[in-house]
Design a protein around this ligand. Structure first.
Ligand SMILES: [Zn+2]
Ligand SMILES: [Zn+2]
Length: 395
């Protein structure tokens, strides 16, 4: 005969509601999950399971980011999508579906590429970031943003019936970038060296995955988020590896790389209440110069395409667009058909001709962070006035 399950009879436990079984777990605090702001990046096989787990657990404040549309071949691994959803954006349908599972959940869908279209404000908003991605560039980007904004993030990776879940806490190395070997950097360099226009080829590959492994790994990811939010020990700086074929699972500890470029956290971030459209670059530079009492440069959160230059006729076209957003055909000179050279910029020093541009006209996302810098000091400004334009007023 099975021993009876001990049930504590405190007032809280006797109250039967959707979450009453969770409250039987001694350390569980449902209010922590209700209040937590979770940024879910990717709404594919892992993302579906992550979102499903989050709402079943009673998380109520979720932002989901994905650029892609649902394809027929996704349906074997995506509990939140139906045949009739093929052709719709994953983020939109995922948000709608989880709201049907838990009507009190507030879920904001962002049809966006995290590297090009998401301001650092999204990271500032989050308590924890959970990723369900299949490419390293996006992970590396998330890792750097999470460190900058001092937020923990949880990664998952699956292939075949194997997978790994890992936790990275900003400020405490090793981080995701520390885990990347030399081969990775060589491959990345090769891909980037040709021409920045070719970056569009860096989209996700077609990885062999099953709904069984995505549920295992996404389950661990969300469980780690729950532990993290309760202040319990997690997989921080290590990974949980699961090999489905041999039923092997183990924890792997990573080694910190002293030369890692990701280990940077803003000391503080000043929130500017205005919208990006209300500030020119020059305004911001002057504000920073005044506050730091020195000559400063304004640094962007990421490179942007400033110009396309023709090596044949010398013609220049001003662009201001995210790197990777310029399609290959657009790269050709209209006069002579030559492939033009992409000139990128990463900031503004006070003398360039574009100082009167407003911050929303630079090809950078809204709700982003601008850094004002001298050789020794820096100040980070978050364009907090953009928040409702990006996230609405729900989450
Ligand atoms: Zn690192
Ligand atoms: Zn030309």
């Amino acid at each position: 005969m099975k021993p009876p399950i001990p049930v504590r009879v405190g007032e809280e436990e006797m109250h039967e509601d959707r979450y009453s079984r969770f409250r039987l777990i001694p350390w569980w605090d449902q209010t922590k999950l209700q209040a937590a702001r979770v940024l879910v990046i990717g709404a594919g096989a892992l993302g579906n399971e992550i979102l499903k787990n989050l709402v079943l657990l009673g998380f109520e404040r979720i932002v989901v980011v994905d650029l892609d549309k649902i394809e027929e071949s996704n349906l074997s691994r995506t509990i939140l999508y139906r045949s009739s959803d093929v052709g719709s954006f994953k983020a939109d349908v995922a948000a709608r579906s989880v709201k049907a599972l838990a009507p009190e959940a507030k879920v904001k869908a962002l049809v966006a590429n995290v590297v090009q279209d998401c301001g650092l404000g999204l990271f500032a908003w989050s308590d924890v970031i959970i990723a369900g991605l299949d490419n390293r560039e996006a992970r590396l980007w998330i890792n750097r943003c999470a460190w900058k904004m001092n937020k923990p993030w949880i990664d998952g990776a699956i292939e075949g019936i194997n997978g790994v879940a890992r936790v990275f806490v900003a400020g405490s190395a090793p981080c995701y970038e520390c885990t990347l070997g030399e081969t990775y950097w060589k491959l990345l360099e090769q891909r980037m060296s040709c021409n920045l226009l070719l970056r569009e080829a860096n989209t996700e590959g077609k990885v062999a995955t099953t709904p069984t492994i995505s549920s295992v790994i996404a389950g661990i990811e969300v469980q780690e988020a729950v532990k993290l939010l309760h202040g319990m020990p997690t997989l921080a700086s290590s990974g949980f590896v699961f090999e489905g074929l041999n039923h092997t699972s183990y924890k792997v500890d990573y080694t910190a790389n002293p030369d890692c470029m990701s280990h940077f956290t803003f000391e503080s971030v000043t929130e500017l209440p205005q919208e990006s459209s209300e500030w020119t670059l020059e305004d911001l530079r002057q504000r920073g110069a005044k506050e730091l009492d020195a000559q400063v440069v304004v640094e962007f959160s990421r490179d942007i395409v400033h110009e396309l230059q023709c090596p044949e006729c010398g013609a220049r076209e001003e662009i201001f667009a995210p790197v990777g957003s310029i399609r290959h055909e657009q790269g050709r000179c209209r006069r002579d058909g030559q492939m033009r050279v992409v000139k990128t910029i990463h900031g503004y020093g006070g003398v360039e001709g574009f100082g009167q541009r407003t911050l929303d006209k630079l090809g950078l996302p809204l709700y982003d962070v601008f850094t004002v810098r001298t050789a020794e000091k820096e100040k980070a400004y978050l364009m907090a006035g953009d928040k409702s334009a990006v996230l609405g007023d729900q989450v």
